[in-house]
Ligand binder design. Sequence first.
Ligand SMILES: *[C@@H]1O[C@H](CO)[C@@H](O)[C@H](O)[C@H]1NC(C)=O
Ligand SMILES: *[C@@H]1O[C@H](CO)[C@@H](O)[C@H](O)[C@H]1NC(C)=O
Ligand SMILES: *[C@@H]1O[C@H](CO)[C@@H](O)[C@H](O)[C@H]1NC(C)=O
Ligand SMILES: *[C@@H]1O[C@H](CO)[C@@H](O)[C@H](O)[C@H]1NC(C)=O
Length: 192
Amino acid sequence: MGNLGVFLKIFSLIVAMSSLHAIAQLSKQEKTWFQKYYLGKKEVTKLHFYVQDKLSGPNKTVYEVSRSNITSISPTSFGQVRVLDDLLTAGPDRNSTELGRAQGLITFADLKQSALAMNLNFVFTSGKYNGSTLCILGRNPILERDRELPIVGGTGIFRMARGYSISNTYSYDPIEDYGVIEYTVYVTYVKG
Ligand SMILES: *[C@@H]1O[C@H](CO)[C@@H](O)[C@H](O)[C@H]1NC(C)=O
Ligand SMILES: *[C@@H]1O[C@H](CO)[C@@H](O)[C@H](O)[C@H]1NC(C)=O
Ligand SMILES: *[C@@H]1O[C@H](CO)[C@@H](O)[C@H](O)[C@H]1NC(C)=O
Ligand SMILES: *[C@@H]1O[C@H](CO)[C@@H](O)[C@H](O)[C@H]1NC(C)=O
């Protein structure tokens, strides 16, 4: 980074700090975070994991919460809303290392194609991201092979995160009504 780059970073830090009326009231911890955010090195990380979609049977993790009056006759289940709390694993096997949960809402929101409006949180409960979350929000055309979804933010290590994910259906067992979805996530955040 050249002198100009350093100058611009410090300038943007000063602008950010002076725009906060209550700067004097910031705790030491908060000041450290602002400094880290404005001066810190942005890092792009690739994450790879699997979502275990247990759609029926005992202890299923996906539940319908409502539907429109055309859902049952719609070829795309339009208007159905489901809430889920799926297991996140390191490998495709449901017994592989548990990384966390995928929690949120999916809505069948396309009259013509099978596509979801998704609002999901990846909640990490082990490893280096334990306690951090990533938020996904976007359109998911579930019959396409590779689906791109935006990562719009996060908490913990992933504060102010941005990125995208590519997901595909790794497997689906129609007898058990059990799906495994593979996610590859590219996310930018400030390195701690
Ligand atoms: C369902 O969950 C309960 C409570 O965690 C557990 O005792 C039971 O064995 C589970 N059943 C199946 C089929 O996984
Ligand atoms: C759904 O409800 C609307 C009114 O809210 C009604 O006009 C329509 O006929 C209903 N459609 C079906 C398929 O029942
Ligand atoms: C996963 O572990 C359970 C017991 O916890 C076992 O019943 C099941 O067969 C295992 N599944 C696979 C795919 O290995
Ligand atoms: C994750 O963090 C929680 C809270 O700090 C802790 O209780 C738990 O043991 C951690 N889990 C793992 C697998 O490291």
